[in-house]
Write a protein that binds this ligand. Structure first.
Ligand code: KIV
Ligand code: ZN
Length: 513
């Protein structure tokens, strides 16, 4: 069995998904979960792209002790210096530096000749090597690059000290056969290829990212890059959970193993979906709500007789438990603490008290508190930013009837500590609320997307709302959960507005990636 390294880029390429903007606390929580999941390497961000990204990478590098933490840099000295400042406290600082190698990118984007690109790549890898022991070099748009040119530049960057060579299918253009052949070609034509390991990095524009990644490892790649839930630019990146489970279930065919702790997959998927606001489609392989549901009579009959008739993956393998009913009105602090430890959370005493209060408040209104409910409470408390100056919701009221115009009244405390209150109408209750908040805040707001999900089942389930919007021309996302749909919608809207005070918002254009 060949050991395949898992390189997770959820916090970098995944965070480049349109409308996704995570704050530092959310990134840290995701990083801790990726660590529990057992990823070998996690790409924590792109430090030169914004102060917020720099600080998040630094915090993650200082906190994570099992996975190796890396960060992205363009092929410039200043990007590399900034990445070093962010990563120098990591257990095993590692840099990921890239430059484009395809004719289209070199000519139109970089406006450089192939020879100039080689010189820059070699100079920057040598420069990075003065600071970092591990340097990964990526040939952006490798799959549309000339193979001979690629072989030449790879040989030179390995001589300059690159320890990993990554060949991304940046635009999701390649097919499994072509992508596999590119790796074989490099194995056979780069004289010093044994001094570095090969990595694959696939995007899913044609729906082939997972298949392409598997083809790469069949042809010599020993590292796979991807994201949880396959989130990322455009159609996203290769979904790491799908790759790891494919290797596990089809180990009769694929002689490869990974260090991923498969039973942490579902929790990782839920956490990332919650924080990014990117819902997992019900039919998504491995982590979708319906991935283990059998609807037709024939299938149900078969599964009841013997699960293996229609079930190739057991839900338990990836951490899906059907009976997650846990605590109720009479559960005490001890049971609560045990349960949250079981769920993988370690809270400070102060946060524990806060979480317990929120749990008790919920049990007043909800008889059965599920893992999903607890997960929602805990993630909100872990990422609470109440120490930051921001808008605070004091009260709201909505008047709605089928015969009159919905009217909302909202009271807020502003970041300057002033209490403000007003009322506005809208075509619906949510619009009335949002119009009212917009009238109260100074920021310029434009709502671009709104999603409402229920957490768990039943009529007393919690509502969770995700919004995408621009606040003062910056793209932000926000989320809010509450038992009432309108309260969840109000909280999500304010959560998004408040993100401009968290110093983490950078548009993709500003970051120039
Ligand atoms: O897809 C890509 O080419 C990238 C590089 C920056 C590695 O994400
Ligand atoms: Zn990418």
């Amino acid at each position: 069995m060949v050991q395949i390294k898992i390189f997770d880029t959820t916090l970098r390429d995944g965070e480049q998904s349109p409308g996704v903007n995570l704050n530092q606390l959310e990134k840290l929580e995701i990083a801790k979960q990726l660590d529990r999941l057992g990823v070998d390497i996690m790409e924590a961000g792109f430090p030169a792209s914004s102060q917020g990204d720099f600080e998040a990478v630094k915090k993650i590098a200082q906190t994570i002790k099992n996975s190796s933490v890396t960060a992205l840099a363009r092929a410039t000295k200043s990007d590399i210096d900034i990445a070093w400042e962010a990563l120098k406290d990591a257990k095993e600082p590692r840099l990921h530096v890239f430059i484009a190698t395809s004719p289209i990118h070199m000519e139109h984007k970089l406006k450089k000749t192939p020879e100039e690109v080689i010189d820059i790549a070699v100079e920057m890898v040598s420069y990075a090597k003065q600071k970092f022991t591990h340097v990964e070099w990526s040939a952006e748009d490798a799959s549309r690059s000339d193979l001979k040119f690629l072989a030449t530049i790879i040989e030179k960057v390995i001589d300059a000290g690159a320890t990993v060579i990554n060949l991304p299918d940046t635009v999701g253009y390649t097919t499994p056969k072509e992508y596999g052949e590119m790796f074989r070609y490099m194995k056979e034509n780069v004289p010093n290829i044994d001094k570095a390991s090969l990595s694959c990095h696939c995007h899913d524009d044609l729906g082939m990212a997972v298949a392409n990644s598997l083809a790469a490892i069949e042809n010599g790649a020993t590292q796979i890059e991807g994201t949880i839930n396959g989130i990322g630019e455009r159609a996203g990146n290769a979904a790491l959970e799908e790759i790891a489970v494919a290797l596990n279930i089809r180990n009769d065919f694929y002689p490869y193993t990974t260090n991923l702790v498969l039973k942490e997959i579902k929790r990782s998927s839920d956490l990332i979906s919650k924080f990014t606001g990117m819902a997992v489609p019900g039919n998504k392989a491995v982590v979708g709500r319906n991935a283990f549901a059998h609807e037709s009579g024939i299938h149900q009959d078969g599964v009841l007789k013997n699960a293996s008739t229609y079930e190739i993956i057991t839900p338990e393998l990836v951490g899906v438990h059907s009976n997650n009913l846990v605590l109720g009105k009479h559960s005490g602090r001890h049971a609560f603490k045990d349960k949250i430890n079981q769920l993988g959370y370690t809270l400070t005493e102060e946060k524990l008290i806060e979480a317990f209060k929120a749990f008790k408040k919920l049990t007043d209104r909800k008889k059965e508190v599920t893992d999903d409910d607890l997960f929602s409470i805990l993630t909100d408390i872990q990422t609470d930013v109440s120490n930051v100056k921001r808008y605070v919701l004091e009260a709201f009221q909505v008047q709605y009837g089928s015969l009159n115009l919905p009217t909302a009244t909202v009271a807020l405390t502003t970041p300057d500590g002033e209490r403000v209150e007003t009322a506005c109408t809208g075509q619906g209750s949510v619009e009335a609320l949002y119009n009212t908040i917009e009238a109260l805040v100074k920021e310029e707001i434009h709502l671009t997307d709104f999603h409402l999900n229920s957490i768990g089942k039943g009529r007393d389930a919690l509502a969770e709302v995700h919004v995408s919007m621009t606040v003062n021309n910056k793209a932000v996302s926000g989320r809010g959960s509450a038992q009432d749909v309108l309260e969840a919608a109000t909280r999500a809207f304010l959560n998004a507005i408040n993100r401009v005070f968290l110093n983490t918002v950078t548009t993709k254009q500003e970051a120039n990636i």
